[in-house]
Design a protein around this ligand. Sequence first.
Ligand code: NIG
Ligand code: FE
Length: 429
Amino acid sequence: MSADLIIKNIGKLATMRGKSPFIGKAMNDIEIIENAYVAVKDGKFYEIGIGNNYNHLIDVHTIIDDAKGRLVTPGLIDAHTHLVHGGSRENEFAKKITGVPYLDILKSGGGILSTVKATKSASFEQLYDKARKSLDRMLEFGVTTVEAKSGYGLELDTEIKQLKVAKKLGKDHPINLIHTFLGAHAIPLEYKEDSEKFVDIIINDMMPKVKELELAEFCDVFCEYSVFNINQTRKIFKRAKELGYKLKIHADEIVSLGGAELSVEVGCVSADHLMAASDEGIRLMAQKNVVANILPATSFNLNKEYANVRKMIDINLAVSLSSDYNPGSCPSENLQFVMQLGCLGLKMTPNEVLSAVTINAACAIDRQDCIGSIDIGKDADLVIFDSPNVEYLMYHFGINHTYRVYKCGELVVDDKHTIYDKKCECILN
Ligand code: NIG
Ligand code: FE
């Protein structure tokens, strides 16, 4: 049978094959095939081989792309973003760098609450255009799947507006989107003295409606000191499970509250941040296969301690890395910078970092069966990097290493620039 596409002359092919997370030593001991080719048929990986043994796959329609000795990896996955939002918060930037704490800015009605105002007043089209630009940037950095959270409405209509924008983008843009409801992202000022009442509104009004409209697969909570406490988070998750949501949690980002432990108790797919997680919490997560989704660009930007990833890998906890792209704690779509911080800040090896943004990130969004690897039958999402090896991606920091990106076998980025408008307006979501 002939292939639709063959990428030949791959100097190093990092396959990341498998359908479960890479843990412990396996995060570093990855398969690299030298002088490889990859064949694609019907948007899926069809054959992987060595040298030029692909003649049996060629017919007149087969497109052949010469990687000229470059590095090829699976499409990168960003499993934690706050993609859709109005406005920006550079006005808080000066305060932040002089040391005003993130939670103090939030308490005084700024931070997340100021983005809530901007998101409420933005039209659907404004939110769509802004988020679409961000997705284009992400795609240019080699990202082919993105998780997108709501959480800048904090009331039903605006939460739904955000989620509908994300749904439409998932249909219109080559990047696949995974949708998360984060109505429990902050306590609106009017409920400051009665946060239980706001929790009830989330549980009784927002969560059933969002589910009924099929706008979100996951439910997430910002479980943090002076935001949602452990009991409130537990209550929200109990209802979320009854309604059929999968769970994610912003856990132990700033204060050690026991979010990691709660993620195990309720059965989260991932617990994210974990800069202040307890040893016991991460030990339990490793036992119960909750993915630790670490966001080093947020630590960098908030000038906080990095999460203790070396310890996590030592105890066989599955670690993924994501951007946390949002207008406050991480105003950057650049997952390659996150990868560089994985090495420079978290002290991970380049191979561990690659595991963390491919197969392990797929596990963090429960997509390990279809993406995250260059493996027969998985979606043909791949990046050709202008880089001879994995190490070079992290070593030469601050630039975009992408050469080409293929999404489901279609060329969507060429020479660092998106070209999907001309090639394929929309690929399956
Ligand atoms: O993951 N911590 C809560 N949520 C985001 C920040 C959102 C914002 O500041 O707008 C985070 O860091
Ligand atoms: Fe976040």
